[in-house]
Design a protein around this ligand. Structure first.
Ligand code: NAP
Length: 238
C-alpha cells in the first residue's frame, strides 16, 4: 500500500486511463474507476503496479454509494468520466440531450465529489481535478476571432455541461479552501479518444492531456485553487 491514494473516474480508457497510469508511476495507489468490470479489469492489468478496480457508474447513486464505502483513504479525486453525445446548436438540442449529458458531466461529478469528501477531508494534501474542456470557455466562445470559438455554437449540451462544471469547480474551491482541499478544472486539449465519433482523427496524444491533470493532482500546498488550466499549465479564461 502506497502512502498516497487516488481515484480516477472513467479510467478504463482514454485520458482517464493515462491519468491512472501516470499516478501509479508517481507512487500512488490508484482506484481505477470503471462502470464495466471487464473493461476495468483489463485497464488495471495493463497499468500494473498498485492499480485496483473500483466499479463506479457516476450516474448511478447506488454504485457511487457502494464505491465510496470501499475507499477509506483518498488524497486525489479526478472527476474524468464524461460523455459527449452528438448534439447540435441549442435550437436542435432537446431537453433529453441536455439531461443525458448533464447526468454524467455535471450531476455525476457532484454525486462522486460529495460521496468521497469525507475521506478526502482526512488527507494531508487533498486535491480534486475536474476534467473540463476548453470549448466551455465563454470568453473563447464569444471571441470575435473564430480561432478561439471552436465549433460555436455547436455541441450546446456538452459545452454548457462543462461550463456548469467550471462554475461548480469555483464554488467547491471556495467552500473547501479552509479545509485545504484544492479544486481545479483542466482543459485537456483535443485528444484522440473514443469521446465522439471521429475524435480520434486529428486529436493529440491523450497521455499529454493526462499529464496536465496529474500536474493539478500534485499541486503543492501553495498552489492555486478554483482555477481553470490548459493541459500545458497556462490559465484558460472562464
Ligand atoms: P473516452 O475515451 O470516451 O473516455 C470516457 C470515460 O468516461 C470512459 O472510461 C467511459 O466509460 C467513462 N464514462 C462515461 N460515462 C460514465 C459513467 N456514467 N460512469 C463512469 N464512467 C463513465 O473520452 P476521453 O476523451 O478520455 O474523455 C475523458 C474526459 O476528458 C471527459 O470528461 C471529456 O469530456 C474530457 N475531454 C476530452 C477531450 C478530447 O478531445 N478527448 C477534450 C476535452 C475534454 P465507458 O468506457 O464505460 O464508456
Amino acid at each position: 500500500m502506497n502512502d498516497r491514494t487516488a481515484l480516477v473516474t472513467g479510467a478504463n480508457k482514454g485520458i482517464g486511463f493515462h491519468v491512472a497510469r501516470l499516478l501509479v508511476e508517481a507512487g500512488f495507489s490508484v482506484h481505477v474507476g470503471s462502470r464495466d468490470i471487464e473493461h476495468g479489469e483489463r485497464a488495471v492489468a495493463e497499468i500494473g503496479g498498485d492499480a485496483r478496480l473500483l466499479v463506479l457508474d457516476v450516474t448511478d447513486p447506488g454504485s457511487v454509494e457502494r464505491a465510496a464505502a470501499r475507499v477509506d483513504r483518498l488524497d486525489v479525486l479526478v472527476n474524468n468520466a464524461g460523455v459527449q453525445p452528438v448534439t447540435g446548436p441549442p435550437t436542435e438540442t432537446g431537453v433529453d440531450d441536455l439531461r443525458r449529458t448533464y447526468e454524467t458531466n455535471v450531476f455525476g461529478v457532484v454525486a462522486v465529489t460529495n460521496a468521497f469528501l469525507p475521506v478526502l477531508r482526512r488527507s494531508a494534501h487533498p486535491r480534486v481535478v475536474n476534467v473540463s474542456s476548453g470549448t466551455a470557455s465563454l470568453t473563447w466562445s464569444t471571441h470575435p476571432n473564430p480561432q478561439f470559438a471552436p465549433g460555436s455554437p455547436r455541441s450546446a449540451a456538452y459545452r454548457s455541461s462543462k461550463a456548469a462544471l467550471n462554475a461548480l469547480t469555483v464554488f467547491y474551491a471556495q467552500e473547501l479552501a479552509e479545509d485545504g482541499i484544492k479544486v481545479n478544472a483542466l482543459a485537456p486539449g483535443r485528444r484522440a479518444t473514443d469521446l465522439v465519433p471521429g475524435a480520434a482523427e486529428g486529436g493529440g496524444d491523450p497521455a499529454e492531456g493526462a499529464r496536465g491533470v496529474v500536474r493539478l493532482a500534485l499541486l503543492p500546498d501553495d498552489g492555486p485553487t478554483g482555477g481553470f488550466f490548459s493541459w500545458d499549465g497556462t490559465p484558460v479564461p472562464w
